[in-house]
Design a protein. Structure first.
Length: 145
């Protein structure tokens, strides 16, 4: 399957200086970003939760696909360049190969997250944090929707 960099080759590029914010938590989403180069950090409530440095990485998909505000702030840790997919929902509707690649990436993330949670639950069996793991597993399974 073609990479997101290949599939978004015609999209405009935005260059980010060190420290520049790409996405601000709480602001409306709508655009997707694909990392061309550099290093980004994802932060939520003052906690760095991810570092993005792999060319072709997808950024901003949660707010686009869920139709809500951005859930995290994304900032350039190094000078970076991203492809900008404006009005991403309309773009995905017109580009089924891109939509399929996004769905595949999200399924891979969910699979990896589930595997880590199962491992953590097995390690913490009978410990006080078991309730947290049960809540996480319930959230991943879609219970309560």
């Amino acid at each position: 399957m073609a990479s997101l960099l290949t599939l978004t080759f015609s999209q405009p590029v935005r260059n980010l200086a060190v420290g520049e914010v790409l996405i601000t938590r709480g602001e409306p989403g709508g655009d997707l970003y694909v990392l061309e180069s550099g290093k980004l950090v994802v932060e939520r409530d003052g906690v760095d939760i991810a570092t993005i440095s792999e060319p072709g990485a997808l950024i901003g998909e949660m707010s686009v696909l869920l139709g809500n505000e951005s859930t995290a702030t994304v900032r350039a840790q190094k000078a970076s360049a991203v492809r900008v997919v404006r009005d991403a929902v309309a773009f995905l509707e017109r580009q089924p190969l891109v939509a399929m690649r996004v769905a595949t990436l999200l399924a891979q993330r969910l699979d990896a997250t589930s595997a880590v949670l199962v491992e953590l639950k097995a390690e913490g069996k009978g410990k006080a944090n078991e309730g947290i793991f049960n809540r996480l597993m319930s959230a991943l399974s879609g219970a309560g929707k």
